[in-house]
Design a protein around this ligand. Structure first.
Ligand SMILES: [Zn+2]
Ligand SMILES: [Zn+2]
Length: 354
């Protein structure tokens, strides 16, 4: 079968690889849809960042590059391994693409996103979903609730990242929020905020176009064009002068963090869920004068089911608004990765159909 493999910076290839064999305790899935993630683009442009190299294989998978990419996916079970119960051929499923040891204190407490051996399928090994088939252990498999499509379930992965961040924010019902960065994770945070009872939610980005359209379609109460106006001034004017209760910093850039510090309300909270390429400078005195808390949020844990249920019962709707392209696997490099990099203003999320 064909699989998109990471060989190095600017070097991803559709290679012919063997179909994975279904082991005991696993199911084999025919991938219906797999989203291209911002972290995939980072890896492509500047990697290996998260991809293990031959001199340092991943501690859990023992694998190193070249590795198959793709972690935001859903599909259909085509084979069931020995000892698997409760799953059957033709079941539609989403896969929680997280790898963790399952034995350490953090894993046993349910905080498996913080496991020292943490990694993601499609990044550190374990196969990847930019391929026709993948085999995965059953504990990562979530059957889709009635009415949820595999396309929605592929987008559920980034929504889980936003869902976890909203949990970390401690936002009260009806509270106000600002999301800085309107890429897929920023929009996923907006979706989670609206589904979890936030009141006024603003989204800010320097890029308008498709990202502004998607933010407004997904229920943002205000879009701030950060290329032409001050985020802090715009959000204070819209929130009665003091600023939002919580600011989500999703961009991973110094300017965005400075905007978060400026915009957040006194006694408010900044949640950072970006991956940083460089160190960030934090003006603690400005935060001190407002008694602001900073919390960080990494991936998600125990939230996949919750998000799929929220899609099924309609608390999350209109996920389509995030999807700006659907392409076959054969077009993944040009029509997927290159398009997202070169036409950032026209795209949010591109789904690949292997
Ligand atoms: Zn992702
Ligand atoms: Zn662990």
């Amino acid at each position: 079968m064909q699989a998109l493999r990471f060989h190095g910076a600017q070097d991803i290839r559709l290679d012919d690889v063997a179909e994975p064999q279904t082991q005991a305790g696993q199911v084999k899935i025919k991938v219906h849809w797999c989203g291209i993630c911002g972290s995939d683009l980072h890896e492509y442009l500047a990697g290996p960042i998260m991809t293990p190299t031959p001199d340092a294989p991943h501690p859990l998978t023992g694998e190193s590059m070249p590795l198959t990419m793709g972690h935001e996916f859903a599909g259909e079970i085509v084979e069931v391994g020995d000892g698997v119960e409760g799953l059957a051929i033709a079941d539609l499923v989403a896969v929680e693409p997280l790898l963790f040891c399952g034995e350490c204190e953090l894993c046993r407490a349910g905080d498996y996103n913080l496991c020292p051996k943490f990694g993601a399928i499609g990044v550190v090994g374990g196969g990847g979903a930019f391929a026709e088939f993948i085999t995965v252990p059953v504990h990562l498999v979530h059957p889709l609730p009635e009415g949820v499509t595999t396309e929605q379930a592929a987008v559920a992965e980034p929504v889980c990242v936003g869902w976890h961040a909203v949990g970390r924010s401690g936002l009260r019902d009806g509270g106000s929020a600002l999301v800085i960065g309107a890429g897929p994770i920023g929009l996923a945070t907006l979706i989670a905020l609206k589904a979890r009872g936030a009141g006024f939610v603003a989204v800010a980005d320097r890029s308008t176009g498709a990202r502004r359209d998607a933010a407004l379609a997904l229920g943002a109460d205000l879009f701030v064009d950060a290329s032409s106006e001050s985020i802090g001034d715009a959000i204070r004017a819209a929130t009665g002068g003091l600023g939002p209760d919580v600011v989500f910093e999703v961009a991973g850039a110094q300017a965005a963090f400075d905007d978060a510090v400026d915009a957040v309300r006194p006694k408010g909270r900044i949640v950072s869920l970006a991956v940083w390429e460089k160190d960030v400078r934090i003006d603690l005195n400005r935060l001190l004068l407002k008694e602001v808390e900073i919390v960080l949020s990494l991936a998600y844990a125990n939230e996949y089911r919750v998000v799929l249920d929220a899609i099924a019962d309609g608390r999350i709707s209109n996920l389509d608004a995030m999807v700006t392209g659907r392409i076959p696997l054969g077009e993944v490099v040009e029509g997927g990765f290159e398009t997202l990099i070169e036409h950032r203003d026209d795209h949010v999320k591109i789904l690949v159909h292997p």
